[in-house]
Each structure stands twice: as structure tokens, then as C-alpha cells.
Ligand binder design. Structure first.
Ligand SMILES: Cc1cc2nc3c(=O)[nH]c(=O)nc-3n(C[C@H](O)[C@H](O)[C@H](O)COP(=O)(O)O)c2cc1C
Length: 330
């Protein structure tokens, strides 16, 4: 068995090396269900939710998922002790197989309260939270931490050691600082230092959209696992394309199939979110249709739709036209 086929151990859980990254507003339950059509065993992660939200929300919306999404990890954000234990209890009761603490989100709306990547600039607070999570979880599911290179200053090495010493089972790293957002150069050397210093597995997150990139990341950093993030946006087959390439197989999807998936995604959104579900679907749409003829015109038409019915009609027309186009080619 090659390195790429081996599983990694995160606490008591064994998962494939490739896994899906959490993307707030994108990797929601409908996208995760569609990813399962292509990647049945890879770890998926919920979008980040604050402990107080999980503990207090009346409709328990953030805890909703479908069994097919397993193995599924829940991701928390937190900045204080209040509500943490209750929130952990709810997540474990609901059957999530892993808990992750977000210490990497760069958004000012999150960091302003001391959550997300701001935790990397406040190590006493981060340590206090890790200890509280470990105590509340009490070994029932693995506990993991997702970090950046640092907040304003790079201190991932120090944070990684603190995490391991306090019982974190796996470290996920997106090696950019908070001001660097999601676009600047990734710090492979820093990730390599982190990997060398830890016994727990290290999972790399950043710009992996093909197998060759994962190979390069592995060579440069020694990372054990590889997260696929934006590449899955409007492309639920992307992780499969990468895992197939890792075993020398080629996975291809036609424009017609991609559009059928767009329609399937749209229908799942209505099922999960009701008639207004076509609105969040608009975020996924441009990625699905980028390969079709007159993509920018179609994008304009679809993004301007005001009702689910209107959008479905257009999508069906797009699927039909492209099915005919594929037939003509054949
Ligand atoms: C729109 C968007 C939303 C994100 N939401 C989350 C989140 O909720 N939790 C998290 O840990 N990271 C979040 N991230 C970061 C990703 O998980 C990932 O680390 C980052 O996008 C780099 O990986 P990629 O280049 O494969 O996308 C988000 C990124 C984007 C672009």
C-alpha cells in the first residue's frame, strides 16, 4: 500500500489522508452530502459555530446533518468558558465523531471577540480553552485544532507544542497569518518545523486542488494529511479527482454531468433550507457553470433570479442544452 492509500490515526479514529476543509457558507450539509457521492470515507467538517450558538439556539440548526455525512467532525469557535461544556455535550450526543476548535479564522467579526486566529495571540486563553475542551470531551471523540501561521506574528511552532502538550489529537495548519487572508504565499518551511516538532499528525490546508500539489506539500513539509478547501466549492467531485490521481487513476467529469450536479445541489438546498434555499445556492453556481458555453451570460441570468421556480427552469434549460451539445459532439 502506498503512502497515499494509508490512513492516518487521529485519536481513536482512522481516516484517509485527504479530507475536506471547513468553508463557512459553502461546505454546508447539501455540499457535504454531494461530496459523499464521490468520496465515501474521507473526513468532512462542519462550518465553524460558536459554543454559545450551539448551546443556545432554539432550532438546533447547527447540529443538523445527515448520517451519510459521516465521518463528520464538528468545528467550534470559542473565546470564553461560558457555554463550552454544554455545547460539547450537545455535539457528542448528536453523534459527531470528532471536535475541532478553530484558531485560524481571520475575519475581523470573529477575531474582534478574541475567537478564531486571535487566539494565537493570546496563549493563556488558548491554553485555557484547549484544557476545557479536553476535559469536557473526556476522551469520547478525538479533539483537533485548526491554526494559521500566527495572528500578526508567526508563532505556529509555539502554539503547536502547546496544543500537543495539552492533549490535542491532531493539528490542522493553514500557514498564512491573519493579515495574509487566503491568498498570499504559504509558509511551507514553518509547517515543516511544526511537523518535525510534533508526534501527533499534522494536516496541511492551503491551495491543494490537484494531486501534484499535495505531493509537493508532502515533500516540502512532511505533512501527514491534506485538506481540500476551495477546490470543493461547486465541485463536489474534486476530492475524488485527487484521490484517484493518487492511485494512478484518472477521474473526469463532463460539463453535462457537472450541470446535473448543479441541479441536484439546487434541489438539496431547497430540501434542507426550504424555498429560500436557492439564495445560498447562488454562491455555488458560478463554479458549476464555468465550463459551459456563454458561462458569463448564464451566470448573470441565474444570479438575477428572484424565485426558486425561476432558477430551476433556467437550470433545467442549461442541463438540456448541454446534454444536446454533448450528444452533438459524440
Ligand atoms: C469562504 C471561506 C470560508 C471559510 N470558513 C472556514 C471555517 O468555517 N472554518 C475554518 O477552519 N476555516 C475556514 N476557511 C479556511 C479553509 O478551511 C482553508 O483553510 C483555506 O481556505 C485554505 O485552503 P484552500 O486553499 O484549500 O481553500 C474558510 C475559507 C474560505 C475561503
Amino acid at each position: 500500500m502506498s503512502f497515499w492509500q494509508e490512513k492516518i490515526s487521529i485519536g481513536t479514529l482512522q481516516v484517509p489522508r485527504f479530507m475536506a476543509a471547513p468553508l463557512d457558507g459553502i461546505t454546508d450539509s447539501p455540499l457535504r452530502q454531494l461530496i459523499r457521492d464521490f468520496s465515501p470515507t474521507e473526513l468532512l467538517m462542519t462550518e465553524m459555530r460558536h459554543v454559545s450558538c450551539v448551546s443556545n439556539e432554539k432550532d438546533q440548526r447547527s447540529l443538523k446533518y445527515r448520517p451519510v455525512e459521516h465521518p463528520l467532525s464538528f468545528q467550534f469557535s470559542a473565546n470564553r468558558e461560558q457555554f463550552l461544556t454544554e455545547a460539547v455535550e450537545k455535539v457528542i450526543e448528536r453523534g459527531f465523531l470528532m471536535i475541532n476548535l478553530n484558531s485560524g479564522c481571520p475575519a475581523p467579526v470573529v477575531t474582534r471577540s478574541g475567537s478564531g486566529s486571535a487566539l494565537m495571540a493570546d496563549l493563556p486563553r488558548l491554553e485555557m480553552l484547549i484544557k476545557l475542551f479536553v476535559k469536557a470531551i473526556n476522551g469520547r471523540v478525538p479533539f483537533t485544532l485548526k491554526i494559521r501561521a500566527g495572528y500578526k506574528q508567526k508563532n505556529a511552532l509555539e502554539v503547536a507544542k502547546l496544543a500537543e502538550a495539552n492533549g490535542v489529537d491532531c493539528l490542522m495548519i493553514h500557514p498564512r497569518t491573519q493579515p495574509e487572508g487566503f491568498t498570499s504565499r504559504l509558509d511551507y518551511a514553518l509547517t515543516a518545523e511544526v511537523k518535525k516538532a510534533l508526534k501527533i499528525p499534522v494536516v496541511f490546508s492551503g491551495n491543494i486542488n490537484k494531486f501534484e500539489t499535495a505531493q509537493k506539500v508532502h515533500e516540502l513539509t512532511g505533512s501527514d494529511g491534506f485538506m481540500i478547501g476551495r477546490a470543493l466549492w461547486g465541485a463536489p467531485w474534486k476530492m475524488r479527482e485527487i484521490t484517484d490521481a493518487a492511485v494512478g487513476k484518472q477521474f473526469a467529469i463532463s460539463n453535462a454531468q457537472a450541470l446535473e450536479y448543479a441541479l441536484k445541489h439546487f434541489d438539496l438546498n431547497l430540501l434542507e433550507f426550504g424555498p429560500r434555499g436557492f439564495i445560498p445556492f447562488k454562491k455555488q453556481l458560478p463554479q458549476y457553470i464555468r465550463g459551459v458555453a456563454k458561462a458569463s451570460e448564464w451566470r448573470g441570468v441565474l444570479l438575477r433570479t428572484q424565485t426558486a421556480e425561476e432558477m430551476r427552469e433556467h437550470l433545467v434549460q442549461l442541463v438540456e442544452e448541454n446534454r444536446e451539445a454533448s450528444c452533438t459532439v459524440l
